[in-house]
Design a protein around this ligand. Structure first.
Ligand code: R5P
Length: 339
């Protein structure tokens, strides 16, 4: 049976991003209804005919994580039973990714469990961005297209550096922990400047401390890059650490703005941080924005990759070896600060 057409549906985690993806693809947004039964159970109704279609379901498994994950599974089930030809789960943010190994006895590997559940529900492919650990791709026994927003974010800072008249000697790219050092080196290659790496110790799920910094941050404009900001603790501690060592300014950036707990207050209520840059893989709570935050949209990149998957064209050709896309068509949304 041949695939009829391209259809995009969305859960309730990020409908704005899903609509922006459809606008970029110049296709209508798939019509579906997600409702709650009085006892809290989720019900889904797909309004459009999907028989034989190539269906993409956009859903970030961001907070409330379990609700969004369950919605995704039920959407997959409904679309599979409606005889779609192929289903791709588009997960701009993949939750539970940090539980990716047994780091002590008698603990789960939830990133693998979630991969199994999504596959069992009936998807044929996964498309995702900046997994916490790249090897999570291998937790799926189906094709995974793993993209990065590093190019989008580094382009933003490259442009900003030109506007602010900074030379490479003024700038230091900071990895707030060892895990983000690869991203930091890739940034420095694009933006210029030296790299510094913070030695971070995690005390528990909400508390971290900065122990040391390898690299010169004195008199530098520091740009932090990480895959995600969760409680904001890692970024704020690292910002305080480099400020103590003479950093002039601190701009922080990450692909995924999880912003859990009191992250908004922590990140926006401090003078240690001058600039916050994230993408729209997870929507921000606008009511908690006490300062401007720059939000770069991943919609053009996801739309182009969806188009290529649908037409069986190469995806990797869009990215260079450091994962940078040639698509620079980012826009600031929701009236946020322009670089
Ligand atoms: C951890 O390895 C991640 O890359 C982030 O650094 C971490 O999840 C940030 O957590 P938080 O914002 O709660 O400090």
């Amino acid at each position: 049976m041949s695939r009829k057409g391209l259809k995009v549906f969305s859960g309730s985690s990020n409908p704005k991003l899903a609509r922006d993806i459809c606008s970029n693809l110049m296709i209508p947004f798939g019509s579906s209804r997600i409702e709650r039964f009085p006892d809290g159970e989720i019900n889904v109704k797909i309004d459009d005919d999907v028989r034989g279609a190539d269906v993409f379901i956009i859903q970030s498994t961001c907070p409330p994580v379990n609700e969004h994950l369950m919605e995704l599974l039920i959407l997959i089930d409904a679309i599979r039973r409606a005889s779609a030809d192929r289903i791709t789960a588009v997960l701009p943010y993949y939750g539970y990714a940090r539980k990716d190994r047994k780091d002590e006895g008698r603990v789960p590997i939830t990133a693998k469990l979630v991969a199994n559940i999504i596959t069992t529900a009936g998807v044929n492919r996964v498309l995702t961005l900046d997994l916490h650990a790249a090897q999570i791709q291998g937790f799926f026994d189906i094709p995974v297209d793993h993209l990065t927003a590093a190019g989008l974010i580094s382009d933003y800072f490259k442009d900003k550096k030109v506007v602010d008249g900074l030379s490479s000697d003024d700038v230091c790219i900071v990895a707030p922990d060892v895990g983000s050092s690869k991203m930091a080196f890739s940034f420095a290659e694009k933006i210029g400047g030296n790299v510094a790496i913070i030695e971070k110790r995690r005390i528990n799920s909400t508390l971290t401390e900065a122990l040391n910094v390898v690299g010169d941050v004195e008199d530098k404009h520091c740009i932090f890059i990480d895959d995600m900001i969760a409680t904001g603790g890692s970024m704020v501690n690292a910002a305080a650490f480099v400020r103590d060592r003479g950093a002039k300014t601190v701009g922080i950036s990450a692909t995924h703005a999880v912003f859990a707990g009191n992250a908004y207050e922590k990140l926006l209520g401090t003078d240690l941080i001058n600039n916050v840059v994230v993408t729209d893989t997870i929507p921000l709570d606008e009511s908690k924005l006490t300062k401007p935050v720059t939000v770069l949209t991943v919609a053009p990149i996801l739309a182009e990759v969806i188009r290529r998957i649908h037409l069986s064209e190469s995806v990797s050709i869009m990215f260079d070896n450091a994962g940078r896309s040639s698509i620079r068509n980012y826009v600031n949304i929701a009236g946020r600060q322009q670089g």
